[in-house]
Design a protein around this ligand. Structure first.
Ligand code: SF4
Length: 191
């Protein structure tokens, strides 16, 4: 049980070092726009729960961001319930688990203005190339990733991204889940 392993002040550095690209994108958008639509709040909120952010911290984190865009009243009335619900504290009190890559890739295709989904499945390959080049990735590595994407191998593209950004020769795992990406990265960083 990793509940409490991650606190709010750890999220910015962790997002840069260990989040998979889908969660990095959600984190950055939330920080920039102080808002995410429902699909993004769900995908990112469950991921954060999975890496060990406690409910109290989740309410503070989302509250601090969303109240800047929708106001604190609306946050309390319309958004806080969903966060408690994700943690099994409302409604049918189910223990919701973070979404797998397959679920993210196959369901709830993002629309304009959405930031959820899989970066490799749901970003135009030309934009993807720009994005990774803009992050300073070597051209040959960008090409390897985009190659997988154009062949429809999104999880392999993400594993290549892991190898490049975490500095490992070959992934020792088959990527099935964003939380797995995070845990494997943390293993490398923390020894
Ligand atoms: Fe996220 Fe999985 Fe897509 Fe990687 S392959 S960006 S972890 S959904």
């Amino acid at each position: 049980n990793n509940a409490g392993a991650v606190t709010i002040d750890m999220l910015d550095p962790l997002s840069r070092k260990s989040f998979p690209p889908c969660m990095q994108q959600l984190h950055q958008s939330l920080r920039q726009n102080h808002h995410l639509r429902y699909g993004g709040r769900l995908q990112y909120g469950l991921f954060l729960k999975g890496i060990g952010l406690l409910l109290e911290d989740a309410l503070r984190f989302w509250g601090a961001e969303l109240s800047q865009s929708v106001g604190i009243d609306k946050f309390q009335k319309a958004y806080a319930y969903n966060i408690r619900y994700n943690y099994g504290k409302e409604g049918k009190r189910a223990n919701f688990t973070p979404y797998s890559c397959a679920k993210i890739i196959l369901s709830n295709h993002p629309a304009n203005g959405d930031y959820h989904g899989c970066v490799f499945r749901h970003t135009d390959p030309a934009l993807l190339r720009q994005k990774f080049q803009g992050q300073g990735m070597a051209a040959e590595n960008v090409a390897k990733i985009v190659n997988y994407v154009t062949e429809g191998h999104y999880q392999l593209a993400c594993m290549k991204h892991f190898e490049i950004t975490q500095g490992v020769k070959e992934c020792s795992f088959g990527l099935q889940h964003p939380n797995q990406y995070f845990e494997e990265s943390q293993k490398i960083l923390n020894g």
